[in-house]
Design a protein around this ligand. Structure first.
Ligand SMILES: NC(=O)c1ccc[n+]([C@@H]2O[C@H](COP(=O)([O-])OP(=O)(O)OC[C@H]3O[C@@H](n4cnc5c(N)ncnc54)[C@H](OP(=O)(O)O)[C@@H]3O)[C@@H](O)[C@H]2O)c1
Length: 330
C-alpha cells in the first residue's frame, strides 16, 4: 500500500525550539526502542510511524542497539523510510541515533571511545540506508574515556556531515556541564540532552534541568510514561501483550508493586477530573516546564499514539492540581 502523508499534518502539532538552536521539535516525539524490532510485527510499526508523521510528529528516535535483535529497529526503520518516506520527505524528518551501550564484541563495541562512536554511526547509517542522521548522541558517559575524546568524536561526525547536531544522554548535571563546555569549545554546540524523566523518575530536577536551561540546551525526556506504568495499562492486571509481560521488555513485573498501583489509581482519578487520560496527564505534566522541548514516547499501537498526541490539547495546570499531584507522588 503506498503512502501519501496527510496534507494537514502540520496544522495541530506544537513545535518547540530546542534550547537556543535553530531547530524546532514537535512537542511529542516517537521512540523506536520497543515494538519495532525483528521480534515485532513490521506492519504494526509501519502504521505507527505513518500515523505519527500524519499527525505532525517529525522526530523519530533510534539507537544502534534497539530491537531486539540489536540493530533491527534501525533496519526496519530504514525499510519504512524506503517504502514510505522517499525523496523530499526525508527533509521533513528529524532522525536521531545513539551509541554507548554494548553493540558488538571486543574492546571497540561499547562505551565512548572515538573508535566505537564513529564505527557505530557508520553502521547505523548503513542499517537505515541514510547518508546522515539529524542528531547523533553519546548514549551514556564513559568513566574510562576522556570526555574530550567522546565529544571530539561527536564534533567530527557533525563536521563530516554524517550528523547535523550532537546530543548527550544519561549524563549527570556535572557531566553535562563539562560536555556542553567541551562541545562549545570545539564549535559544535550541544543541541539536546536525553534523560529519563517522568512523574516516577525525577532526578533531573536536582540540577540537570538548571544546567540545560542556563546553557540553552534542549531536553527530551525518555520513558515519560515510565514504560507504560503512567497509563491505564496495568490498572486491571498485566495484559498478555504488554511490555511487562514480554520476556524482552525492559519493564519488569516486579516494578508493578501495590504501592505503585495505589499512586497510579489516584493519578488516574485526577486525570479524569482534567478530562484527560492518565497518559496525557503524565505527558502534559512534563511539558509544562519550558525547559522541556519535547517528550519521547513509545507506543505499541496507533491507538496509544493518538491518545498520547492528544496530550497537547491540555497543557495547563492550576497550582491546586500541581499540589495534588505532588501529594500523590510523595
Ligand atoms: N537514552 C536512553 O537511554 C533511552 C532509554 C530508554 C528509552 N529511550 C527512548 O525513549 C523512547 C520511549 O521510551 P519508552 O518506550 O520507555 O516510553 P514510554 O512512553 O514511557 O512507554 C511506552 C510504552 O507505554 C505503553 N503506552 C504508551 N502509550 C500508552 C497509552 N496511551 N495507553 C496505554 N499504554 C501506553 C506502551 O506499552 P505496551 O507495549 O505495554 O503497550 C508503550 O510501549 C524509546 O523508544 C527510546 O527512543 C532512550
Amino acid at each position: 500500500m503506498s503512502y501519501t502523508p496527510a496534507s494537514n499534518r502540520y496544522e495541530s502539532m506544537k513545535y518547540n525550539r530546542c534550547g537556543n538552536s535553530g531547530l524546532l521539535l514537535p512537542a511529542i516525539s516517537l521512540g523506536l526502542w520497543h515494538n519495532f524490532g525483528s521480534v515485532d510485527v513490521f506492519e504494526n510499526g509501519r502504521s505507527i510511524v505513518r500515523r505519527a508523521f500524519d499527525r505532525g510528529i517529525t522526530h523519530f528516535d533510534l539507537a544502534n542497539n534497539y530491537g531486539p535483535s540489536p540493530g533491527s529497529a534501525e533496519e526496519n526503520f530504514g525499510k519504512m523510510l524506503k517504502k514510505d518516506f522517499s525523496r523530499n520527505l526525508r527533509d521533513e524528518m528529524i532522525i536521531s541515533t545513539k551509541a554507548g551501550y554494548y553493540m558488538w564484541p571486543g574492546p571497540y563495541g561499547e562505551w565512548g571511545s572515538r573508535k566505537y562512536l564513529i564505527s557505530s554511526l557508520n553502521q547505523s547509517l548503513s542499517r537505515m540506508q541514510l547518508d546522515y542522521v539529524d542528531i547523533f548522541y553519546s548514549h551514556r558517559p564513559d568513566p574510562n574515556t576522556p570526555m574530550e575524546e567522546t565529544m571530539m568524536a561527536l564534533d567530527t561526525v557533525v563536521r563530516q556531515g554524517k550528523a547535523l547536531y550532537a546530543g548527550i544522554s544519561n549524563y549527570s548535571a556535572d557531566e553535562s556541564k563539562k560536555a556542553i563546555e567541551i562541545l562549545k569549545s570545539l564549535g559544535t554546540p550541544c543541541l539536546i540532552h536525553q534523560p529519563k524523566y517522568s512523574m516516577f523518575e525525577r532526578w533531573v530536577e536536582g540540577g540537570l534541568l538548571d544546567v540545560l536551561g542556563k546553557s540553552g540546551v534542549g531536553c527530551i525526556p525518555f520513558s515519560p510514561l515510565a514504560q507504560g506504568l503512567l497509563t491505564d495499562r496495568y490498572l486491571k492486571g498485566i495484559p498478555e501483550n504488554s511490555r511487562a509481560a514480554k520476556s524482552h521488555g525492559y519493564l519488569k513485573v516486579g516494578e508493578i508493586t501495590e504501592e505503585r498501583l495505589e499512586k497510579i489509581r489516584k493519578l488516574n482519578d485526577m486525570a479524569k477530573k482534567r478530562n484527560q487520560s492518565l497518559a496525557q496527564m503524565a505527558l502534559s505534566w512534563l511539558l509544562k516546564d519550558k525547559r522541556i522541548t519535547t517528550v519521547l514516547i513509545g507506543a505499541s499501537s496507533v491507538g496509544q499514539l493518538d491518545n498520547n498526541i492528544d496530550a497537547i490539547n491540555n497543557l495547563e495546570y492550576s497550582k491546586e492540581e500541581l499540589a495534588a499531584i505532588e501529594a500523590i507522588l510523595k
